[in-house]
Design a protein around this ligand. Structure first.
Ligand code: ZN
Length: 114
């Protein structure tokens, strides 16, 4: 379950930042997870519940914001959303597109601490 490693990395970043800023508690973390990032949001959430206790982020709210996958068709010059992992078929012309504009995000975008 690689979500555990990802949660541990995010927690480490949060704890490092708290230490740098002189905060004693982390209250909230917001993480953007792209539909194509290969990360299961539920498994990630679960991983956090397993690792937060005993740290400065114990009891912190972890908000996971899903980001839809958006591909781009060079023929139609239009963006379209997709929910598949590997082949992005343009809904207009049927071309298989490889250009992804968003959906691979895996970012810790917000931290609240005090
Ligand atoms: Zn197209």
């Amino acid at each position: 379950m690689h979500e555990l490693g990802i949660a541990e990395s995010a927690l480490q970043i949060a704890l490092d930042r708290a230490r740098t800023e002189g905060a004693s508690r982390v209250h909230r973390m917001v993480i953007r997870v792209g539909a194509l990032s290969g990360v299961d949001p539920e498994a990630l959430q679960f991983a956090f519940t397993a690792i937060l206790p005993g740290t400065a982020a114990e009891g912190a709210a972890v908000q996971i914001d899903p980001v839809a996958a958006v591909a781009h068709c060079p023929d139609c010059r239009q963006d379209f959303t997709t929910d598949t992992d590997h082949f992005f078929e343009c809904p207009k012309c049927g071309r298989l597109c490889a250009t992804i504009k968003q959906g691979r995000e895996l970012d810790l975008v917000r931290l609240e601490m005090s």
